[in-house]
Design a protein around this ligand. Structure first.
Ligand SMILES: [Zn+2]
Ligand SMILES: [Zn+2]
Length: 83
């Protein structure tokens, strides 16, 4: 197994986390930060694009969790539809 310390990979970077599967404190923190930024970007996108709510694509693509979007997701699950 390749150890990350033998490579010039910066801990906390996406590469270390995703590619080398490093889960040290730094890498986990970096990942959490990126996830946070990602969610913030998506939120902004929802405001700018103003996608139709209550549609599965909005739930999936924008990560919208408003009530109509959550409802349609719930309904799709009930149908047993695999995506
Ligand atoms: Zn690490
Ligand atoms: Zn929505």
């Amino acid at each position: 197994m390749v150890t990350i310390s033998s490579l010039k990979v910066r801990h906390g970077s996406r590469t270390a986390y995703n590619y080398y599967n490093c889960r040290c404190k730094k890498c986990r923190a970096g990942h959490a930060l990126r996830a946070k930024q990602y969610r913030a970007r998506k939120k902004e996108q929802i405001l700018t694009d103003n996608p139709p709510h209550g549609e599965l694509s909005t739930y999936n693509n924008y990560g919208c969790r408003c009530e109509p979007c959550r409802e349609v997701k719930k309904a799709s699950r009930k149908k047993g539809g695999m995506q």
